[in-house]
Structure formats: structure tokens, C-alpha cells
Design a binder for this molecule. Structure first.
Ligand code: SAM
Length: 259
């Protein structure tokens, strides 16, 4: 059964040719990301943006052309190389750098107006280091600037384990197999009922990746404790943070907060 993240294994996975290729062409935006972009749109031309954990540059496509200055970054060198290749001659206001979100050495204090860490990338960070990301974001972000990210919802586990109806036997059998594997790797969902977070193997990358899943209200507390203000949450639509403990049908929650 799972209980830990393995940072060096995780990094080597993200830095592999196979996974880099999987992310190389993505260019969609999720509904909550679109909502956040719409909120930000008029301010982006005055903003310096730091896009952390960009992978193959999915969010670059949407944000970089709108910003005063844009730095796309990832701790996996191959992801950064893939972005350099994907966006040749991006212009003087756009660049790509290797940056570890837990230790952004070399990035000046209070430089960025908007920092994004999309697609649950923060959940690759071991729980004991999660505070480092929040501290670094507060250090390199301007006071009054904005931080957006998403994170897995621990309250979604029961739905994730559930065996749904399928028209095709093949799909049903796969779902059955997946549910058994989830129990094998993580135990039953009830194991996490009284926990603020869990380390979950959700099946991505053939059950080779463990990820942080947290209770949304615990995430909000972490943000408040770290000094973030005006915390907003998005599922399919904006959701009052006071009601986040009721959200059981969303695998991820997106957050937007003031630095
Ligand atoms: C799930 S992928 C998401 C990629 C991209 N944000 C997207 O939405 O397509 C997670 C990304 O986070 C990066 N990552 C994980 N931990 C990181 C860290 N500590 N600092 C910077 N990047 C990190 C990985 O290398 C990977 O590219």
C-alpha cells in the first residue's frame, strides 16, 4: 500500500522522452482555467507571469501572448527543451527556464504579478515540501499579485473507485480491474475519511505515479496560513470556499488567490 511520494522517481518520469512527448502538443484549456483567464484577461498586458510546471506548454499557448512578460518553467529540463522547440522565436517578452517550484533560486523577490501552477502539478511535490512552494510563490510574487493552481480532491475518492455502468463489457472489465488496483495501492476510501490529505496512486502512468490528494478546506487553510488572501475556488463554475467540504463529484479544484 502507498504512503509516500518518491521525488526522484517522479522527476525522472516527467523528464522522460515518453512523457514529454505526451504533453508536447496539448493546447486546450479546462473550463475553470478558462474562467480564471477571463478574470485575468484585461490585467495580463500589465503583468509579468510565471508559469510553473508548464509541461509541453499547454497554457503557454493561451497566456504568453497576452502578458507584458512571460516565463514558462518546469523542473524537468526535457519539458523546457520541448517548449523551446515548440515556440521558436517567441519574442523578447517570452522565455523558458528550468525552475523548481520548491526552490526558485535565481528568481528575484517580488517580481511576478501572476503565478500559475496548472494541472495539479503541485500534487507532485511531497506533502512535507508543499509549504516551500507556497513560500516561494509568496517570495517571487508581488504583494497583491495573483496565484492560480489546481489540486486533487481527496473527497472525490469514492467516485473514483466506483464501478460505473458501461455498454461494452471490455470497458466494464477495465473499470473493475482499475477499482481493484486502486484498492490494492491505496486501500479503501474510508481509510482517508479522517485525514487532511492522502498519497494516492490513481492509475496515471500505469499506476507508477503517487500523487497528493487533499481535502479542499485543508488546502484553503494551508493558503491562509501561508498568508494568501481572497481565496476563490472553481469547479465547473466558481464555488464558495465555505462550501468546498461538500464537493465530492469533482476530481480537482482550481484555486485563485492573492499573494
Ligand atoms: C501533470 S504535468 C502538467 C503539465 C502542464 N502544467 C499542463 O497543464 O499540461 C505536471 C508538470 O509539473 C512539473 N513539476 C512537477 N513538480 C515540479 C516542481 N517541483 N517544480 C516545477 N515543475 C514541477 C512536471 O515536470 C510536469 O511537467
Amino acid at each position: 500500500m502507498n504512503s509516500a511520494l518518491n521525488p526522484s522517481l517522479e522527476k525522472s518520469l516527467w523528464n522522460s522522452d515518453k512523457v514529454t512527448k505526451q504533453y508536447a502538443d496539448d493546447d486546450y484549456l479546462l473550463k475553470p482555467e478558462q474562467a480564471i483567464l477571463n478574470i485575468m484577461r484585461n490585467r495580463l498586458p500589465q503583468m509579468r507571469m510565471l508559469d510553473l510546471g508548464i509541461g509541453g506548454g499547454r497554457t503557454t499557448v493561451h497566456f504568453a501572448p497576452l502578458c507584458k512578460e512571460y516565463v514558462g518553467s518546469d523542473y524537468a529540463e526535457k519539458m523546457v527543451d520541448a517548449c523551446v522547440e515548440r515556440f521558436p522565436n517567441p519574442g523578447p517578452s517570452i522565455r523558458f527556464e528550468v525552475i523548481d517550484a520548491t526552490d526558485m533560486k535565481g528568481v528575484p523577490d517580488q517580481y511576478f504579478d501572476f503565478i500559475l501552477f496548472s494541472f495539479n502539478s503541485i500534487d507532485c511535490v511531497p506533502p512535507e515540501d508543499r509549504h516551500k512552494v507556497l513560500e516561494e510563490v509568496r517570495r517571487v510574487g508581488k504583494p497583491g499579485g495573483l496565484f492560480a493552481f489546481s489540486s486533487h480532491n481527496l473527497r472525490y475518492l469514492r467516485r473514483m473507485y466506483a464501478i460505473k455502468r458501461h455498454r461494452k463489457l471490455k470497458d466494464f472489465l477495465y473499470q473493475f480491474y482499475r477499482s481493484l488496483m486502486l484498492i490494492y495501492y491505496n486501500g479503501l476510501p474510508s481509510r482517508y475519511d479522517n485525514k487532511d490529505y492522502g498519497i494516492i496512486c490513481n492509475g496515471v502512468e500505469h499506476f507508477s505515479l503517487n500523487l497528493y490528494y487533499g481535502k479542499p478546506e485543508f488546502q484553503v487553510k494551508q493558503l491562509r496560513d501561508a498568508g494568501f488572501k481572497n481565496i476563490r475556488a472553481f469547479t465547473n463554475e466558481e464555488t464558495d470556499v465555505k462550501n468546498l467540504h461538500k464537493v465530492t463529484d469533482q476530481a480537482w479544484i482550481h484555486y485563485l488567490c492573492e499573494i
